[in-house]
Design a protein around this ligand. Structure first.
Ligand code: ATP
Length: 246
């Protein structure tokens, strides 16, 4: 893979400032601010219903915020000149049609987004799917399907990856593979933001953490900073949420 930006410059920063999102009358995301930096894996951590997906959907231009901004390299997603070449994303596991082969799915995505077909074989190699790319997606295991989703996110050779719960449900080998992949991606100077409710897994993958609970950021910093004096990230998380009176 080439260095981010193609010229050795670091990839774009993700910057959220005062982001608020309501669903009906309920505040799902409450004044959330954080940055995710190039060359680092940032874990966006919190329990089910904490507001992670709602935040990422606004970041990816799928929802409109009620207040605040979510920028990639200084622009909202919808104003990016070349969104797929800037930000690759994986939400809800991928979403390929089961009767198609993995290769056909990626080819359709590439062609409909003006990406050369030759890139399909490159991303299949990157995620280790070349051998099964001719099989129907309906025959794929969860881990293989997740790799296909990641391959789709990589089609535009993006400088930023945003992944919602990428390791959820995977076996230890699948988790290890994704972890290594994301670490290598960030090591090239790219920006990786992944959400998870799995504290141990995220502590082992991320450089930086943003911990969210009930829509609000309760901690931010490097993994050691957030863990602080606690025995584990899990202990730190429960101490943080109890401090807030839960
Ligand atoms: N489209 C929607 N309409 C109404 N409420 C919603 C909608 N999407 C999310 N919510 C609510 O907003 C809150 C935050 O949900 P969100 O999915 O963002 O959290 P999450 O941290 O991603 O959790 P999970 O991992 O369970 O999806 C929850 O109370 C959820 O029920």
């Amino acid at each position: 893979m080439r260095a981010a930006g193609g010229d050795g410059h670091p990839g774009p920063v993700i910057e959220l400032n005062g982001l608020t999102k309501r669903h009906g009358g309920k505040v799902a995301v409450d004044d959330v601010s954080f940055t995710a930096s190039p060359g680092r894996v940032t874990g966006f951590l919190g329990p089910n219903g904490a507001g992670k997906s709602s935040t990422l959907r606004v970041l990816l231009g799928l929802d409109v915020p009620d207040a605040g901004t979510a920028l990639v390299g200084g622009r909202p997603y919808r104003k990016l000149r070349n969104p797929l070449r800037t930000v690759g994303s994986l939400l809800d596991g991928g979403g390929a049609h089961g009767s198609r082969s993995g290769r056909a799915h990626l080819t359709w995505l590439a062609v409909s987004n003006g990406i050369p077909r030759s890139r399909v074989e490159e991303v299949l190699d990157l995620v280790g799917l070349a051998d099964v790319a001719g099989r129907r997606v309906s025959t794929y295991s969860l881990g293989t399907g997740r790799r296909l989703g990641l391959a789709a996110a990589l089609l535009g050779d993006p400088e930023v990856l945003v992944l919602d719960e990428p390791v959820n449900g995977l076996d230890p080998e699948g988790i290890r593979w994704i972890r290594r992949f994301l670490r290598a991606y960030a090591a090239e100077g790219r920006t990786v933001l992944l959400s998870s409710h799995l504290m141990g897994e995220t502590a082992g993958t991320a450089d930086d953490l943003v911990v969210i609970d009930a829509g609000r950021v309760v901690a931010r910093g490097t993994v050691p900073e957030v863990v602080g004096g606690h025995a584990s990230l899990e202990d730190a998380f429960f101490a943080l949420t109890e401090e807030r009176g839960r």
